[in-house]
Every structure is written in structure tokens, then in C-alpha cells.
Design a protein around this ligand. Sequence first.
Ligand code: URP
Ligand code: ZN
Ligand code: ZN
Length: 661
Amino acid sequence: MMSSSLSDSEDQASSAKACFHYIPSKTDTDQLAHHSYPESSFYVIKNTQQSSPFHSSATTSISRTGNARTLFTVIPSMPQGPTTKTNASQQRLLIKGGRVVNDDASTLADVYIEDGIIKQLGLNLVVPNGTKTVDATGKLVMPGGIDTHTHFELPFMGTRSVDDFLTGTQAAVAGGTTTILDFVIPSKEQSLLEAYAQWRERADAKVCCDYGLHAAITTWNEQVAKDMEVLTKEKGINSFKVFMAYKGVFMLQDDEIFQVFAKCRELGGIAMVHAENGSVITELEKEMAQLGITGPEGHLLSRPEQLEAEATNRAITIAEQTRCPLYVVHVMSKTAADKVTAARLKGQVVFGEPIAASLGTDGSQYFNRCWRHAAAHVMSPPLRDDAVTGPYLMDLLANGSLSATGTDHCTFNANQKALGKDDFRKIPNGVNGVEDRLAVIWTKGVETGKLDVNQFVAVTSANAARIFNIYPRKGRIAVGSDGDCIIWDREAKKTISASTHHQACDFNIFEGMECRGLPVVTIVAGKVVYENGQLNTVQGSGKYLETTCFAEYVYQKLYKREELRDQHYKERKIEREPYTGEVVDITKPFAANNQKDQPTQSSGEPNAASAGFHNRPATRSGGRNLLDSSFTLSGDQWDDRNQRKSTRVQQPPGGQSKGLW
Ligand code: URP
Ligand code: ZN
Ligand code: ZN
């Protein structure tokens, strides 16, 4: 059985790869604005920076979190947390000579970033002396990637995922991702709010780029509903994930999912779902055990594609009934993707998220003769055992049926995967992806002619930013947006390998994949954090990103659909005279209620009226009124209860038979 219990102090197998991170001194107030402080520990003294229309919603969050980068200079009364010693010129960056690519257009333009925000965009910009310049001639300048789905240092299945918020975000920026969205997943004994605080504590101290949080709802009661309210209104979380799998651990039943979705809709959030039929999986896992299949292939064989498609459809159905927008995480199969596509074709507000793994590799790996190799690919839902699923999902990304991409980055080393060496059910579920997502999507999507560069931006950052309501602060290169950019060289090549990646894990599911098209420079909040294959990150320099509810991109259409649906219901309401007759008294025996229904026919006959037959009065001689029908549409006959005699007819018309007539 899976377990999510792991104490905070438990050892982690993670180790940071060679890089240039450091914990700086705490004295430089110039940079203190880049870090989070408890509300009580700071006060705003003046508005020194140009206000941005994109940061209007962030203004309120600033007052709650102390995330002051955007509008205010903040002097903390008690400096806490890591700070960086920098001079002013390091906060000014000009990206020169590149082609700026957004999801809707591309243009030759320089980008000037100051204090973490894009301040100018265009040619022949006038910038202050001493501004650092990065040459992007001949390259593309795109918004940094947004990974919608990570699990850094997640306690799961008796162990903890090996990439933490430091190595995870370092690997992210090395691969061109500048924002990650992780999941708060409470353990059995934890409240949602406690888990949220724990995730913040873990992440704030380590992240090298901005991050946001989704919350998983793993149990349902009134307190959870209240906590959801607090998370949306006070803690900046607008997305809630339910699990239809992991029976006995995280899985919710349909009625509970209905309640979560309804609450989520009330709060203006977006529901997320891990869609697999957990109950049937548990039964199929037992069948595998009976067949003596204990290796990683049993993981795939006990989780057939139909179970993903069925659960996806069920989640979509429940979302429609609760009028809640839905985001289906890790879409791993063609048939599940088809369910999302069908719902979108009907206009339902549903989004599907394929991941780097489902786009870049496949489930044939589970049949590899090397146990470690096969186990490294164990994740749920599993990779599918065909070579066409990946290209199929990519086609759906290209035509807009699927919307955003994540990785479900949740890594375990060989010795952790080995927890399931004799039983695939105990192999910790999870694979890597945070570092390679962009390169994999470019190689499998753009280089194959399925995606153009604008679509590449749409599916790697802009769509996610819209869905989770952080657009255009993230996911766009525009004046006022955060200075999170990548410089992309479409000619650059590399072969992915665990021996060179920045992730803490000892295996890479894309090992040996030749990628063409790579990020050569990554810029986070106007600072170059990755260049020439070298990281230059600052631990804890990333910010917590509050995501607010009622995202326009998600809710605009939903309001209208809701309004029309209510109108439709009202129109169908029938005005009737109230029923004034008798009501059955269910406290009395059945016969007592039905006295008046007793037949008037001769005794022994069934109560024809109550059985659905006509009940004309008997004839004067007491016989059955022949105007009555003797049968119902169901085929019953009025005298069915009377034993009928059967007669063997020796010489029936039409020839002899042994049958009964
Ligand atoms: O196998 C997976 N996907 N591991 C992470 C937990 C989850 O289901 O997202
Ligand atoms: Zn999941
Ligand atoms: Zn996940």
C-alpha cells in the first residue's frame, strides 16, 4: 500500500550538482525587496517604481506576502532570509538583437529589463549607462517556460522525491523553465493549511525561480471546505486537485469529488484531476499478483488505457454537473485525450495537460529486461505501450484540444525505486522532466512541423499563465511583464543524459534523445541565471506567486454558459396545480394502504388495477369485462398468477412437434 508518511527530518538522497549557488549576506537592503517577509515584519515607505497595469492584482498580494518586487521598496524591520549583494547595473539588462516570440506574434525587438520587470521593448532603445547586455542576434527571445506540474521533495510511497526546491528549480532554469507550479499534498494527519505552510517553508528557502502552488484535496469534510476558502482568499491558491486513483491513500469517491468541484466553483477556482479508475486498478493489480507478474510491466498491465479514459470522462461529467472548470493533469493516452477533446468541442471549460514524458517517450520501456530501467519509468497513469501516443498528443496540442504542458516531475533514485523490487505496486511512482520539457517539445513538436514557434510559446508558458491567472505577468514578453525570458538557439543540439543533467536523480527517462533547439540563456527576474551551460542561481531568490480566483480566461465563457443553462431550466419548469389526493402512509402495512385497490372480481384473481391492467366493473353475471385488455405492454397477462395447464398436442396444425403448446 502506498503511504505518504515521511517525517520532515528524513534523509534525502538529493545532492546539488556542480553550480554557482550561494547564500548571500543579509545586509543589502537594496535587494531585500526580492524576498518574502511575514506581514508584520515590513512596512512600505514609498512607491519608487513605475506601476504596471499587469501587476494590479499583485498589488494586494504584495501587502500580504511582502513580495515587493513589483511596486514598492520595502524596508524590513527584521531582515530575514537570504539576500544578494548586487549593484544597480546588475538589475538592468538589455537583451539585444533577438526575435521576440509571443504566442500570437513574433517581432525583431530588444528587451530592456529593470528591477525584474520588462520596461522597454523595441529597437534603438535608450537605456542607462552600465546596463548589462546579452547578445541574442539570430536567436529567439521567448517567455520563460511554466511547468504546471511538479512534485519537489514530495513525501510519497514511503520515501521522498529526490529533487527538492533547490535542485528542481536549478534544473528548471537550466532547461528554460522560469516558473514552476507544485502541489501541496497533505499527509493523513495534516490539515490543508498545515500542509500549505510546510510547502511554503520548504520552497521559500530554496527556490531559484518563482513558484506557485496547487492544493490536493485528499479527504473531504467541512473543515477541508473551510480551508479551501482560506487558501483561495488568503494564501493565493486557485487550483485544487483530486485523485481518482491511489485507492486508500489519496482517492476520493464520486460524491466527494462532486463536493470538491462544487466548492471550487463557488470559490472561482479551477479543479484538477488525476483521472484513473483506482478501484478497478486495485483489482487488476491483484490479478497480476495471481499471474505471478511482479515486475514493472505489471504496472502498465494493471492500468489499461480504458481506466484512464473512463475516469477522465467521469471527471468531465462531474465538472459539467457542478459547472466547474476542469484541468486534467498528466493526460497519458489517446483515448483520455479524446474525452477532453470531445468535451471542448461541446464548449465545456476543460483543459488537458500532456507532460514531457507522454510526449517524449513511451510505455515499451516497462518491458525492458533491466529492472532498474523499467522501474524508472513507473508513473501513474503509465506511459502507453505504443509509438503513436506521443505524436497524437502533440497533434492535439497543436490544434488546441490540449492546452498546456507540465512534467509531473517527481523523481526517485534507484535505491528508492527498489522499494518495489519484488512487487511493482511498491515502486514509487514518478519520472523526471522539469529540465528537458522545452527541448523535448521543441524536438518532437517544432522540428516535426507540428507546432510553429508561437504555438510552442502557447503550450510551454502562455496558456498555462492564462489558465492559472498569472498572465501576462508570466507567459508573455511585454512591457510590464516579469523579466523571465529565455534565449533560444534553434540550431543548438544536445544529447540528453543523466550524467550531464542538473536534476538530482540518477536516471533520465529521455537518456540518449538527441535534441535540436535549446535554451542557451535563461533570465529570471532580469538576472542571467543560466548561460554557456553554467548555472548562476541564488538559493531562495524565487518568489511565491499568488494565483487569484475567477481567472477571466477560464470564467468568462463559464458565466455565460451558466446563465443560459439556468435560463433553460427555468423555461422547462412546469406550473401545476398541487396534488391534493392521498399520500401513502408508509408506517402502515402495505395491504392497509391498498385496501381500496382490492379487486372487485371473484376472489383469487390478482389486483388487476394495481398491476397496471384496466379495471372495468364485472359483468352482471360476475364475469370479467371483456372490454378490458388482458395484457400489458410489458407482456404480462391479467391471469398470470393462475397456474395454466399445458397440453401436449400430438398432431398440431402444421406438423408434429415435441414442444409444449
Ligand atoms: O506517478 C506520478 N504521477 N507521481 C506523482 C503523483 C501524481 O500522481 O501526480
Ligand atoms: Zn497525479
Ligand atoms: Zn503529479
